[in-house]
Design a protein around this ligand. Structure first.
Ligand code: HEC
Ligand code: HEC
Ligand code: HEC
Ligand code: HEC
Ligand code: HEC
Ligand code: HEC
Ligand code: HEC
Ligand code: HEC
Ligand code: HEC
Ligand code: HEC
Length: 327
């Protein structure tokens, strides 16, 4: 038994040795003939060659890009040396790419391809070299930048897409008037927010009258939830000015945040309410007596607008006797 197993072991290790040797031989052999080809002359740092050179091989891209706002400026009306660099502004200096005859992955161009291995940061920084102000001011600190999202997730650059903003073309079926296109762009990642727009109660986003960027700046803001305004209430008041007050009698949860009762992206309850009445009110108003005593389903406390049948000024009242928001 012992000898048999020893012999077996020796056989096994010899097999392994043979396998290893063949493997090494294979690796060596497969590399030796390739070595000269793998060590080309040390590459010169690339220099700018000008867009006419690019045009020679990339006539289609040149043509398409020239229809966009940036194309029109860079290719035909450059206002400074930087803009004159046109194609190479974004793709980097092209002399090595051109000298090698062009090609995919050739000459160290920045490609903005998803599978290029370029980091989101590198890609964004190219755009940020011209777009670091205005709506992009807070980009670097934004949750989008921090989650590895880059400009080209939302913008298509090489061909004219939307009327303004070059919003990303997601597919042949994408609708292309600005506001709807934008909701589709955001909706590809924010599936739940997108779905909420189709609930019975919603602001007119899906009707094309409003869009996500009425409230959010996707490039980042110093405010919570990337809101354009400094707080949720400031955001709501920017359109629903009548809710700002000032009121003689303030209902504290309204002053605190409209989202105590409303869900801005859409709900299945009337008036974007998070919960149906009277549950909405009884979340906070508990106790004995008038407000919470159980009543029949057909009582005025449930019927129609429930508690707001009587407390109609629920957002605040200016009536001298409006303490209970009934007038
Ligand atoms: C403002 C930045 C920018 C400029 C300027 C620019 N590109 Fe691009 N290019 C991109 C981005 C971003 C992509 C990735 C695809 C996209 O977003 O459209 C791309 C993709 C490409 C591609 C590969 C994909 C394809 O469409 O075939 C080529 C080739 C190309 N560009 C050539 C050019 C040429 C030639 C010019 C000058 C006429 C140019 N680019 C100017 C940003 C730019
Ligand atoms: C001699 C012809 C030639 C010239 C000149 C040329 N290219 Fe290319 N380039 C190609 C070919 C071929 C490809 C590969 C085919 C493709 O992806 O469309 C390519 C690919 C690219 C790509 C995509 C690279 C990738 O890895 O996906 C970019 C970006 C690009 N070229 C930019 C430029 C720019 C900018 C210039 C001008 C500085 C330029 N090219 C000049 C032939 C050329
Ligand atoms: C050389 C400077 C420069 C670079 C680099 C640059 N841009 Fe622009 N971009 C401009 C100018 C100039 C305009 C014209 C509008 C303006 O003056 O703001 C513009 C306009 C735009 C617009 C609005 C287009 C429209 O039709 O309304 C978008 C979106 C945009 N750029 C995105 C990008 C992205 C994404 C990148 C990187 C891939 C980029 N830009 C790189 C200078 C630049
Ligand atoms: C999450 C999606 C998203 C990302 C990421 C994004 N954008 Fe935008 N961008 C938009 C939308 C939507 C608009 C149009 C509405 C607006 O102005 O906010 C826009 C508008 C713009 C405009 C034109 C508006 C103006 O007033 O100047 C420029 C320029 C621009 N983006 C550049 C960039 C650059 C540069 C980056 C990367 C640093 C970037 N964007 C990243 C969605 C995005
Ligand atoms: C490529 C995917 C992608 C796209 C496209 C996208 N987002 Fe986002 N968004 C994210 C991710 C990832 C986060 C971070 C989520 C987290 O950290 O929980 C985020 C976060 C947010 C937040 C929350 C910010 C906060 O402080 O909590 C808002 C608001 C937002 N996005 C709005 C938008 C809008 C508006 C658009 C369209 C213009 C858009 N997003 C497009 C991926 C995307
Ligand atoms: C009427 C203003 C308004 C519109 C339009 C709007 N939002 Fe919001 N969004 C808000 C407010 C306010 C908040 C923060 C309060 C909350 O939690 O609901 C928020 C929060 C978010 C968040 C972060 C949620 C979280 O739980 O952290 C995301 C993501 C978001 N919105 C995406 C979108 C997208 C995508 C669209 C377009 C389809 C959109 N929003 C349209 C007002 C709006
Ligand atoms: C950009 C403008 C704008 C902003 C900002 C805005 N709204 Fe609206 N809101 C509208 C419009 C437009 C309507 C539809 C009015 C109509 O149909 O008469 C509406 C309708 C509503 C309705 C009634 C919905 C219904 O089903 O009757 C509620 C509730 C509401 N908004 C709450 C909010 C809250 C809460 C905020 C802040 C998170 C907010 N709104 C921010 C424009 C806005
Ligand atoms: C305490 C809960 C509560 C808070 C907080 C609250 N609301 Fe309301 N809101 C309601 C109720 C309940 C209704 C339905 C009123 C009705 O049926 O008469 C309503 C209705 C609305 C409507 C639709 C009005 C109409 O006539 O159709 C708008 C717009 C609105 N609220 C905006 C706001 C804004 C803006 C804020 C923040 C400043 C806010 N709400 C905060 C409970 C609240
Ligand atoms: C998020 C919690 C919250 C919700 C939801 C809420 N309330 Fe209130 N409500 C309060 C607080 C806090 C006060 C102030 C109580 C105080 O001053 O003692 C208040 C005060 C009131 C008052 C005046 C009471 C007094 O003694 O001055 C009335 C009436 C009232 N709420 C009715 C409602 C109705 C009706 C609803 C549903 C539409 C509602 N509330 C929803 C928190 C809430
Ligand atoms: C039939 C009209 C009516 C309906 C419906 C109604 N209320 Fe009242 N409520 C009043 C009146 C009137 C007062 C003032 C009572 C007083 O003067 O003592 C009041 C007072 C209140 C108060 C302050 C007094 C206290 O007891 O703290 C709260 C809170 C309140 N209601 C909440 C609610 C809630 C929550 C609902 C829905 C479940 C509701 N009300 C439905 C008429 C109504």
């Amino acid at each position: 038994m012992l000898t048999k197993s020893a012999a077996h072991n020796r056989m096994e290790s010899m097999k392994q040795l043979a396998l290893l040797t063949t493997l090494w031989a294979f690796i060596l052999l497969s590399h030796i003939p390739l070595l000269p080809a793998e060590a080309p002359a040390p590459e010169q740092p690339a220099t700018y060659v000008g867009n006419e050179v690019c045009k020679a091989c990339h006539a289609t891209q040149f043509e398409k890009f020239s229809k966009t706002l940036m194309g029109k400026i860079f290719l035909f009306n450059p206002r400074d040396e930087r803009e004159k660099q046109a194609c190479e502004n974004c793709h980097g200096p092209g002399s090595n790419h051109v000298a090698a005859g062009g090609g995919k992955g050739v000459g160290g161009m920045i490609t903005f391809r998803k599978d290029s291995g370029e980091s989101a940061k590198v890609q964004s920084e190219i755009c940020m070299s011209c777009h670091q102000r205005g709506v992009q001011t807070y980009w670097q600190a934004s949750p989008h930048a921090n989650r590895g999202i880059t400009c080209v997730n939302c913008h298509t650059i090489m061909e004219k897409t939307t009327d303004r903003f070059q919003l990303a073309k997601l597919g042949e079926r994408t609708v292309f008037y600005d506001k709807r296109a934008e909701i589709e762009v955001c909706g590809q990642c924010h599936l739940q927010r997108n779905a909420q727009l189709y609930r019975s109660s919603h602001m007119p986003l899906r009707e094309g009258k409003m869009t996500c960027t009425n409230c959010h700046n996707p490039h980042g803001t110093p405010n919570p939830y990337q809101l354009k305004q400094t707080s949720v209430n400031e955001n709501c008041w920017s359109c629903h000015t009548e809710r700002r007050g000032p009121f003689l009698y303030i209902h504290p949860p309204v002053f605190d945040s409209c989202t105590n009762c409303h869900e801005p992206h859409g709900t299945i309850n009337d008036r974007l309410l998070k919960v149906t009445d009277p549950r909405l009110c009884t979340q906070c108003h508990m106790g004995t007596g008038h407000p919470v005593t159980p009543r029949g389903q057909n009582s005025v406390f449930f019927f129609n607008r429930s508690c707001t049948n009587c407390h109609s000024q629920i957002h605040g009242s200016n009536h001298p006797s409006g303490r209970f928001f009934t007038r």
